[in-house]
Design a protein around this ligand. Structure first.
Ligand code: EPZ
Length: 420
């Protein structure tokens, strides 16, 4: 079993480049299945979830591979199957993104219930309802979902909650539907805008991405294009928090500050010194940081994906912070592990009260989801002594070579194998 061994207490120093965003790259890769011709996607992070998506594309009959560092080429002209393999479907939530594109292009798709981080129930009812409203028939049997439609027909869709995945899936389905589709209460995350930009470069007609109301005019086909994925705002936030909690001084390149406004606002409110230039953010050494309250919200609010990493900072802040998780109902699994390291946190349903302590200590802890795992890395970098972090398969799904990146900033992190 792979583990990180982290000896904490070293201030991070230096400069790193942030990779492309996983949560933008995955739906874009799914969208390539609608394209006849070659698409080139640049700045794709080399992550487990991305490798699974490429494997799914190949199993469907597409050519899909990294042709150089960060550059993926897909040719989905000759896709021969619309059955997404069950065992790959279980490996990640994003496999559901294939539903909209395959249904739109081929008039049928078979998927099973997707896997992914266990941070709440994560139903897919908005996706299914939207596909039905676009004219698809859906059969659910023995865990499989089969959707078919002679043609999808544009319509007015209203989401009960601005779901990122449902907005993306329905936008992709609508791109090849007949006529106009409106998505009301659409999610506004930067990853939605990036997907829309990719689709536009392939010939789709999408307006209003990044706003509550999106309008898509269906076209007959999409053709090959090139696209560069936006920087990963969650990786950037995690690295800034790691710098802050170790009282270090780190410069991040390839970031989009506008994607991080809520996070930077909370970091400043807690007393951290930040410098923001066009695509650079520097976190400068701050002796002390104080408690701030965090409420997660859909974009442009504070992102649920940085709730856990921010909690590791709050665990060592001066004063008491109150966290409110409004997006996922079970996203506090990291709390028990932080408490094991000496944090003082209590949880009541969606609220966590974090009473700052003056130090945390290394311990053996286990990641049970991606961002919860990142929170444990942040805490371990600040804790006294050695932390052994298990459950790296979760972290590997979303952070590209995290140990190497932190080592380049001076952290004492090694990836090694231990027996169970
Ligand atoms: C995306 O998940 C991200 N994943 C998540 O990142 C992120 O935490 C989340 O958006 C919120 O920002 C990817 O982009 C691949 P949602 P998604 O649909 O699309 C409920 C990470 O760590 N809901 O916006 O699954 C749902 O249960 C991951 O990188 C329904 O009820 O999130 C949740 O409470 C984890 N029915 C809320 O909406 C549905 O059909 C928001 O979920 C769909 C969602």
């Amino acid at each position: 079993m792979d583990v990180f061994q982290v000896r904490g207490g070293i201030p991070l120093e230096g400069e790193v480049r942030v990779c492309g965003a996983k949560n933008a790259a995955l739906p874009i890769l799914a969208a390539t299945t609608m394209v006849r011709g070659v698409t080139r996607i640049d700045d794709v992070p080399d992550l487990e979830d991305v490798r699974v998506m490429l494997e799914i594309l190949r199993r469907l009959g597409a050519k899909a591979e990294f042709v150089s560092a960060g550059l993926v080429e897909v040719d989905a002209t000759d896709i021969s199957s619309t059955n997404v393999p069950d065992e790959l479907m279980q490996k990640m939530r994003s496999s559901i993104f294939l539903m909209g594109p395959l249904l739109a292009r081929f008039g049928e798709v078979r998927v099973s219930k997707p896997g992914g981080c266990v941070i709440g129930q994560r139903p897919i009812d908005y996706h299914l309802r939207g596909m039905r409203e676009l004219g698809a028939s859906i059969e659910e049997r023995h865990g499989y979902i089969r959707c078919f439609a002679h043609r999808l027909v544009g319509t007015e869709l209203t989401l009960d909650f601005p779901s990122v995945g449902a907005t993306e899936n329905l936008m992709m389905a609508a791109v090849l539907a007949d006529g106009e589709t409106v998505i009301e209460n659409a999610a506004r995350e930067p990853e939605i805008v990036d997907l829309a930009r990719f689709l536009q470069s392939c010939g789709a007609v999408v307006t209003g991405a990044g706003e509550h109301r999106m309008v898509i005019h269906g076209v007959h086909h999409l053709s090959g294009a090139s696209h560069r994925v936006i920087p990963d705002r969650i990786v950037a936030g995690t690295l800034l928090l790691a710098a802050a909690v170790t009282r270090g001084s780190v410069v991040l390149r390839n970031v989009e500050p506008l994607h991080l406004m809520a996070v930077l606002g909370k970091m400043r409110e807690s007393g951290l010194h930040l410098r923001v230039l066009r695509d650079i953010i520097a976190c400068e050494m701050s002796d002390e940081f104080s408690a701030v309250d965090i409420r997660t919200e859909p974009f442009p609010g504070f992102p649920t994906d940085l709730q856990a990493p921010f909690m590791s900072l709050s665990a060592l802040a001066k004063g008491t912070s109150v966290f409110r998780e409004n997006v996922f109902e079970a996203r506090y699994k990291h709390v028990d592990e932080l408490v094991r390291m000496g944090a003082d946190i209590s949880v009541d349903l969606r609220t966590a009260v974090v009473r700052g302590v003056s130090k945390m200590s290394g311990a053996t802890v286990c990641a049970t989801d991606l961002r919860g795992g990142a929170a444990l890395v942040v805490a371990a970098l600040a804790a006294e002594g050695l932390t052994e972090l298990r459950g790296l398969q979760h972290i590997d799904r979303g952070y590209e070579f995290l140990d190497r990146q932190l080592s380049m900033l001076g952290a004492d992190v090694i990836r090694t194998q231990v027996s169970r």
